[in-house]
Unconditional design. Structure first.
Lengths: 199, 286
């Protein structure tokens, strides 16, 4: 791969690669160093790319490997050192900012691999198959790790962190009117609910 | 479908990963179960909240730094092309260097090339070549870190601060072929080549403060004897790392981690302290 091609790949992918590294490590310094290492490894060992996944997935895989190795070596304390390196987005109102920072703080408390799973799924929008290729496990394992990560997030949020409420306080399901949608644009509709007990 | 089963499917359902049959069952259940509908709502909101974060801009110096490292790598490769291609030439060149003396490390070209890998140990070149030719891959790794042939005694003197031993014979009958001193940036390292009737075993010692890179290969937690470490498997081969407070002991072999490797590792790291070591290589716990 010549230099122009390398630069093209870099330009096309760097925002996402750097973003993932920043969210995993919560340190701009670490993210910079790891991003440098990721591209150096990728361009130096391009022959190691076997074409079984897309090039971008392979690049993610290197980046995530590097980040998890760093986190394992240096422990989670490092992640907490710069816990607010990730800034809330500017597309939502400022009144949600505190709640979103709470979510971010809860993310930092997770095991790095669980945090990585949540980041790849919800912030990068990757499907289970792609996440499985990046983290070297099966799609089923991705699903169970995400379940576990969500459960831990729930416990942490119970301790005082809060959601960014993108909708008004939820109505009781019985109060929904016929045809009313309860979801946003990106997630499935909640089935309408009749009051009942668990089975 | 029970609530427990439905709750396990809610995540995949929200993520659009549930199979059509499962989706229908989830929808049927949730429409009748207030508890599971609340769980669904929780997962959905979490997904939306997690997707709302943005990161800061990419530092402008990042590409320049990458380009600089790639340029340095090209210079190193062009300096050693014939050596990399020929194992025998490497041995001859290294022998000449050792006769001249270790003072070569002070020459300008040596310092320049070593900066490429300062503060890190990049095993990718070794791991990438294992399946094809392990000995050639090990040679390539040695070239990358400017290996110089030496004796075990001289290696100990030059790698002051590292805790290791290079016995002439290892348990299992491996015989020492060649010892080397290396440079990882400014830090010294040691390597050795052992042989047992044509079966290769490679050894690398470096300071634990140096970061390890495995390219596209994955490392996993392992236990060797009573010590926790980590291992990077590639086919039949594995690169096993055990770390004590002063030294990371890396052994490349096809040995079984439970049976043959513990004795070999004990011979290479005789003062290895299990109570304080291996803290850098904790298993994931995931």
């Amino acid at each position: 791969m010549d230099r122009a091609a390398q630069q093209e790949v870099y330009g096309r992918t760097v925002e996402r690669v750097y973003g993932v590294l920043l969210r995993i490590t919560h340190s701009s310094e670490d993210a910079l160093e790891l991003a440098q290492e990721t591209y150096y490894q990728a361009f130096s060992h391009i022959r190691g790319f076997d074409g079984k996944s897309s090039f971008d997935t392979w690049l993610y895989r290197i980046a995530v490997n590097e980040a998890l190795q760093l986190m394992r070596r240096e422990g989670m304390a490092r992640a907490k050192r710069e816990s607010l390196a990730v800034q809330p987005g500017t597309d939502a109102g400022d009144d949600d900012a505190d709640a979103r920072i709470d979510i971010e703080a809860a993310l930092v408390e997770l095991h790095p691999l669980e945090r990585t799973m949540l980041i790849l799924r919800y912030q990068e929008g990757l499907d289970y198959q792609t996440i499985a290729q990046i983290t070297d496990c099966s799609p089923g394992t991705v699903g169970s790790r995400l379940n576990r990560a969500r459960e831990k997030m729930r416990e942490l949020l119970k301790k005082g962190y809060s959601f960014a409420e993108e909708t008004p306080a939820p109505k009781h399901p019985m109060d929904r009117v016929e045809g009313e949608s309860v979801d946003g644009n990106t997630t499935p509709s909640a089935p309408r609910v009749r009051r009942g007990t668990g089975t | 479908m029970s609530c427990e089963k439905v709750r396990n499917l809610l995540g995949p359902y929200v993520d659009g990963e549930a199979a059509p049959d499962a989706r229908r069952e989830v929808e049927a259940h949730v429409s009748d179960c207030y508890t599971c509908s609340e769980e669904f709502e929780h997962i959905r909101k979490l997904a939306v909240s997690l997707g709302r974060f943005r990161t800061g801009s990419v530092p402008s110096e990042l590409w320049t730094t990458i380009e600089h490292r790639l340029d340095n790598q090209s210079r190193v490769r062009s300096f050693f092309p014939s050596v990399v291609r020929s194992r025998s030439l490497l041995a001859i060149a290294a022998s000449i260097v050792v006769v001249i003396g270790l003072g070569l490390f002070g020459l300008p070209w040596g310092r320049d090339s070593s900066q490429v890998h300062a503060e890190s140990v990049d095993f990718a070149v070794l791991l990438d070549g294992l399946q094809h030719d392990a000995v050639a891959a090990f040679d390539k790794f040695l070239t990358q870190y400017k290996a110089v042939v030496t004796t075990p005694e001289e290696a100990k003197r030059n790698a002051f601060g590292l805790n290791f031993d290079l016995p002439l014979t290892l348990p299992g009958g491996f015989e020492l072929q060649t010892a080397y001193v290396l440079r990882f940036g400014e830090a010294p390292g040691v390597a050795a080549r052992y042989d047992r009737g044509g079966e290769f075993l490679g050894v690398v010692f470096h300071a634990p403060v140096l970061k390890e890179h495995f390219g596209t290969h994955k490392d996993r937690a392992c236990v060797v004897g009573k010590h926790r470490g980590h291992s990077v498997p590639v086919g039949d081969w594995s690169l096993v790392h055990l770390t004590d407070p002063t030294t990371c002991h890396c052994v490349l072999s096809r040995l079984n981690e439970s049976t043959e490797l513990p004795a070999v590792m004990a011979a290479l790291a005789p003062l290895y302290a299990p109570t304080t070591g291996a803290s850098d290589h904790r298993p994931d716990g995931s």
